[in-house]
Ligand binder design. Structure first.
Ligand SMILES: *[C@@H]1O[C@H](CO)[C@@H](O)[C@H](O)[C@H]1NC(C)=O
Ligand SMILES: *[C@@H]1O[C@H](CO)[C@@H](O)[C@H](O)[C@H]1NC(C)=O
Ligand SMILES: *[C@@H]1O[C@H](CO)[C@@H](O)[C@H](O)[C@H]1NC(C)=O
Ligand SMILES: *[C@@H]1O[C@H](CO)[C@@H](O)[C@H](O)[C@H]1NC(C)=O
Ligand SMILES: *[C@@H]1O[C@H](CO)[C@@H](O)[C@H](O)[C@H]1NC(C)=O
Length: 166
């Protein structure tokens, strides 16, 4: 398996370890829009407003879809495995609220959060539940000089990623 393949996760883990993941959701990476107050939007609000309790009461993973045809919305919420339900809920809820607040009309939006756990919320008008998605991605930059042995750094990094994949 190529390591590039995992770069979104890798970047996220790197960003997390330096504690500066942004609290901004990513709205509509694919530039598709829905009409505010359309069925899609109403279902979006309905599902996001109750997502946190359903994710946390189902051991940190929950997917749901609602609506017909082009108005159908697919929503997924997850916390890292083993997260306490309350902690999970306290991560999913602001992520869901933030998407509703900050993404008024973007069809495919998502948010990664690092609170006392890691969590992820995404919705789209197509099903992404059993797919390996290379998109969307989010880059975070670490702009402080790293000193030391670059080759050793790369070896350690790749070792960590191999263990994470396993
Ligand atoms: C959507 O509906 C709400 C409540 O009915 C209303 O306040 C809001 O102005 C509507 N927004 C649009 C864009 O129609
Ligand atoms: C959460 O679960 C309840 C009860 O199972 C259900 O009525 C509700 O629609 C669910 N919410 C979501 C976001 O799926
Ligand atoms: C959740 O995702 C699985 C895998 O794609 C799917 O079989 C299931 O129907 C989905 N659940 C809902 C409520 O959409
Ligand atoms: C998602 O929405 C876009 C824009 O409205 C549309 O072109 C596309 O066909 C939709 N996809 C599905 C699976 O409904
Ligand atoms: C999406 O919403 C923004 C902000 O309300 C608005 O400026 C933009 O025109 C909307 N785009 C579409 C395609 O509806």
């Amino acid at each position: 398996m190529s390591l590039n393949y995992l770069s979104p996760i890798l970047c996220f883990v790197l960003a997390l370890s330096f504690g500066y993941v942004s609290a901004e959701p990513s709205c509509g990476g694919d530039s598709l829009f829905f009409r505010p107050n359309s069925t899609y939007d109403i279902n979006r609000r309905l599902l996001l407003s109750t997502l946190a309790s359903n994710v946390s009461s189902r051991d940190g993973f929950y997917n749901v879809s609602l609506g017909e045809g082009t108005e159908r919305i697919y929503v997924l919420g997850l916390c890292i495995p083993g997260t306490d339900p309350k902690v999970c809920s306290e991560c999913i809820q602001p992520a869901s609220d933030g998407l509703l607040k900050n993404c008024p009309n973007q069809t495919d939006s998502w948010d990664w959060r690092a609170a006392n756990t890691l969590c992820f919320v995404r919705y789209s008008n197509h099903s992404f539940f059993t797919q390996i998605g290379l998109e969307p991605t989010q880059q975070e930059f670490y702009d402080i000089d790293v000193t030391g042995d670059a080759a050793e750094y790369k070896r350690s990094w790749e070792g960590l990623m191999e263990r994470m994949i396993s």
